[in-house]
Structures are given as C-alpha cells and as structure tokens.
Design a protein. Sequence first.
Length: 330
Amino acid sequence: MSCMRFFSVRLTNALTWMCLTLGISSSAFAAAPVNLTISTGSVSGVYYPAGGAICRLLNKSQKQHQLRCSVTTSEGSIANIQKLRNNEVPLAIVQSDIEQHAFTGATEFAQSGPMPQLRALFSLYSEAFTLVVREDSHISQLSDLVSKRVDIGNPGSGERATMELLMQQLNWKQTDFSQISGLHADERAQALCDNQIDAFVYVAGHPNGAIREATNSCDAKLLPLPPEQIASILKAHPEYSAATIPGGLYRDNDTDTATIGVTATLLTTDKLDDETAYQVVKAAMENLEQLERSHPALKGLNPENMTHVGLTVPLHPGAARYYREHNIKM
Ligand code: GLU
C-alpha cells in the first residue's frame, strides 16, 4: 500500500501528513486496511443494498488489496454529488441524469458549477421515474395530480431533482398542488397509507422496498406518464430514456407502467488512485453473478453495458485499465 494511495483515499486522515512530511515507506502501512466508503441512498431503496453488495465482494479479497469497504446511507443522488465534490467520500451511486447535470454544471448545479473531476467506474441497472398514488385518491392520470397532496421527494434526492425537471416541462409550480412535502424514501409509503399524502415520486430500480411497502400495505397504484409527455421530455432532455416498470412486480399492479428512466452509476473523482479504482471494478466484474443475486433490481447486469450505458463522465483510468486488460468494450 503506497503512501500516496492512502493519501488519495483518505484526504483528511492525519496519517497523510505523516506520509508526506516524514516520507514513511509503503511497508509501514501494509497491515492497516484503508477505509473506502460508498455513499448510497435510503435503506428501502436499491443503492444501499447494491453498494453493500459491491463492498462485500471487495472485502472478500481484502488481503490482496488492503481496502475495507463500507456503505453510508444518504439523502440521494444530489447529496452524493455534493459529498464527492467536498471529498467527503471517494465513491457514490448517482442517477445518470444527475451525473450529467453535475459534470456540465446544468440545471440544479447551475449555481455550484460544473464538476469536471467526476469519473465513472461503471453503471449498474435502470432506474424508473415512479409515481405512486393512493387507490382512493381519484388520480388516474398525470394531470390529476394538480390540486392533490404530493410528496416530491426530500431535498438531496435524485427524484426531487427529476420531479422538478418534469414539473418545469409541464409548467407546474409547487403551488399547483394542494400540499407539497419532501419526505425521505423510507417515510413515503407510510405517509401514503396513513392518508397524509395522495401521491409520491421515487426514482429507483424495481422492485424496491419502498414501493413494495406501499403496494402491500394499502393497495397503492403506479401511475404511467402519458406518451406525449414522455416524448416531449426525451426530446428536450436526451439524458432520459423511455422506460417500463413491468407489470406483476407489485401487488395489484399487473400491467406495465410507461415512464422515463435513467441509470444508476458508480462514480468517483479524479482524486481516487488508479489501483483502488481498478480493485473496485475487478471485485464487481469478477463476481457479476453474485452482484446480480444481491437484489432483484440488479438482474441482467452486462459488462458490455456497464462501461458506457448512462455514463457521460470519463471512465476513471483505473477502471479503464481493467476493461482494457479484459477486452471489455468501452
Ligand atoms: N435514485 C434515488 C436518488 O438518487 C435513490 C434510489 C435508491 O436509493 O435506490 O436519490
């Protein structure tokens, strides 16, 4: 383990000062594992178990690389980008639309500015913009949301940003709803079933715990986006694609739900050293079947897609080295 590697993973650690000023040799740290944190999402989402699975796979070979991986919960994609920007974590899972906006300094990042330092390790699975409504809410199409009690997602979440973009597209303001809230993903199903809200939004892989809770506890329904809305969003925002939430994943939601989608991506910055990036990619790529089995939303992972689908920031050089060495198309 080299001193510089330690430095780039744990910027704030006092030992980095020792490394740099005392010139301690690499062997001094050989036995001490370096902590590597992945910032994820809420426990009822998919980022958290997906990050946990990546960590478990990496930790299995800890003896070889001396990395000790763990996950933290988070407010979601926007919060994860801020943590990467502030060097609070080396790794985070982020929606591909938010990744693109952050890299270029667009929409929600117009004020904070672009992040050219963002780098990708790989993408994972599709996430769908998901509208969930109470069965008795008399909401049978998107336009019925007007004048209803709608939870647009907690600040810091990807769904909050995606919903705001959709509202802009529809010319909706927050005042068009009778009540607006910003609950965490873990709280929305209960609020819906307790009749505190009529609808909530989520951007996540399917099936997931939050939607399962809502559909199991109070017969909540998934609401499709109208085809013309999907078409107009895709035209204005190529960072989204058409998506379908398959029927049958949730109780009493047997038909397919048409919507827009993004991709969950594992991001870092150019501060992460090449060897660490390489080891994270290696752990995932060499155990893809186990990764897929860790959560039903991760089914269908394909290395050929994971190197580019949903990725708009450059691949980290350590990741690119792994893909080159293993002839995986980038
Ligand atoms: N897409 C959500 C967000 O960016 C998180 C979904 C999840 O945790 O699976 O906030």
